[in-house]
Ligand binder design. Structure first.
Ligand code: SF4
Ligand code: SF4
Length: 137
């Protein structure tokens, strides 16, 4: 029938016109972020022992972990870097951690003009409480 496609399209338009608004007023209003969202990373320094399992589980080799052993042969983490530019946010590293030391946060504003901002030292971040090398807002 001539004009059937147009009528179908208009039906969708009218349905949405009188329906609930779905536009997010971002950045004035923060959108709802699911608790299971894969955003930035948070490392629990009390739990992480630098075993490197997360690094081995990463398909893109985005994590570099260094560790040392103390006088009691107990391993502790000395460096933890993630290259966000290579990260797929697949979550394999978080799932693989045997000590539940790594988790995702709901931080999603990770863009930057500087390439070096995408290499994130999680040890430094935990100490200084800031994201990558960017200054806090
Ligand atoms: S985050 Fe977990 S898997 Fe990765 S080095 Fe620390 S303890 Fe090991
Ligand atoms: S989320 Fe996936 S790609 Fe990103 S660091 Fe973890 S394992 Fe690697």
């Amino acid at each position: 029938m001539y004009g059937y496609g147009l009528l179908k399209g208009l039906r969708v338009t009218l349905g949405n016109f009188f329906g609930r608004a779905v536009t997010e007023q971002y950045p004035e209003r923060r959108p709802f972020i699911s608790p299971r969202f894969h955003g930035f990373f948070q490392l629990d320094l009390k739990k992480c022992n630098g075993c490197g399992v997360c690094s081995l589980s990463c398909p893109n080799g985005a994590i570099q972990v260094t560790s040392e052993r103390d006088e009691n042969k107990k391993r502790f983490v000395t460096g933890y870097k993630i290259s966000l530019g290579y990260c797929l946010f697949c979550g394999l590293c978080v799932e693989a951690c045997p000590r539940d030391a790594l988790r995702f946060t709901q931080e999603f504003e990770l863009s930057s003009y500087r390439r070096e901002d995408f290499v994130c030292d999680l040890l430094e971040i935990e100490k200084r409480e800031k994201i990558c090398s960017r200054e806090p807002a």
